[in-house]
Design a protein around this ligand. Structure first.
Ligand code: NAP
Length: 295
């Protein structure tokens, strides 16, 4: 890699799946002069150092950000307020603070009020992931051909937004800037509701009698398997997603409920035409996903 890195000093707070994937991608593409990692537990930090994910590492979040040009918060969203309060007095003037949290509007209620005026906040969300967690789970290609959505406030410095956009693009992502509340509505239907359904189905199977449960696992290839993968996602992260995106999720859940009731009625009445019409309509969405290269 030739030329100056995009950022001299990058600090990753949190080094799980997303933080470690960012470290791999930034190192692969020469985007950071130095990477400092700060995390909560010593064992995670030791592992991050062992894996070569950082230039330096610390458990002291304030010390970790003092030289940073870019701070990327990669922790569960439930601790944003505490992290903001801890790092705020140590941030350099002109530093950019971003995050990777899955819900965006609450960033303006938790993190933003803790930060000084002399930094630029550019919230972000890579729409990419796996069901694995921790520093071993990351890989450089995670963000390739996947969307990263940025949700800065209207008055945010355009250069800061551009630099964060460039960072993600050079990690292989496609970037779109959108309103935070709109982001949360879109993700409620594309990500949060499907996860809730998966958690429900797998939970129902867990409560079945032992014999039936064995058969569910044995014959899981008939559709259940895909739900088990989704329902194996990190419980802390998903708890925080449903707590922080409550209104949008409840709204979309209400619509889902109505549609489910309609399908239940069609099944009860033996209304094959209605069922066929519904299943044909939904096939076109799948074709759209494939055409958009997101399958
Ligand atoms: P992860 O693999 O579980 O890693 C979480 C990291 O946050 C670890 O370094 C952990 O530190 C740290 N952390 C946990 N609790 C903390 C606390 N109370 N205080 C300080 N640090 C704490 O998580 P992840 O999957 O990378 O997710 C991180 C963020 O990315 C979440 O906000 C999530 O919404 C977002 N996201 C995730 C995905 C996905 O598919 N996983 C996709 C898009 C966005 P220790 O190990 O030291 O405790």
């Amino acid at each position: 890699m030739t030329g100056a890195p995009l950022f001299e000093n990058v600090t990753l707070i949190g080094i799980g799946l997303i933080g470690s994937s960012l470290s791999h991608a930034m190192r692969k593409h020469g985007l950071a002069g130095a990477i400092t990692v700060a995390t909560r537990r010593q064992e995670t930090l030791d592992r991050a150092i062992e894996l070569g994910l950082c230039t330096t590492g610390t458990l002291d979040f304030g010390a970790a950000v003092k030289d940073a040009d870019l701070v990327i918060i990669c922790t569960p969203m439930g601790v944003y307020k505490d992290i903001g309060t801890e790092i705020a007095p140590h941030l350099k003037a002109g530093a950019i603070v971003t995050d990777v949290g899955s819900v965006k509007f609450p960033v303006f209620q938790t993190l933003a009020p803790t930060l000084p005026d002399h930094v630029h906040l550019v919230p972000g969300h890579p729409v990419a992931g796996t069901e694995y967690s921790g520093p071993d789970a990351g890989f450089a290609a995670l963000f390739e051909k996947r969307w990263t959505l940025l949700t800065p406030a209207d008055r945010t410095d355009a250069d800061a937004i551009q630099k964060v956009t460039t960072l993600w693009e050079r990690c292989g992502a496609m970037v779109e800037v959108m309103d935070a509340a709109h982001h949360d509505q879109v993700l409620a239907i594309t990500s949060h509701l499907p996860h809730l359904i998966a958690y429900t189905i797998v939970g129902t199977a867990t409560d079945l009698g032992e014999d039936l449960q064995k058969e569910v696992i044995k014959f899981s290839a008939s559709g259940f398997r895909d739900f088990t993968r989704i329902a194996a996602s990190d419980p802390t992260m998903w708890r925080d997603i449903f707590l922080t995106n409550r209104e949008a999720v409840l709204d979309v859940l209400g619509r889902f409920d109505e549609d489910l009731t309609e399908l239940k009625r069609a099944i009860r009445r033996g209304d094959g035409e209605k069922l066929f019409e519904h299943f044909s309509r939904t096939r076109t969405i799948r074709r759209g996903v494939i055409d958009a290269d997101q399958a």
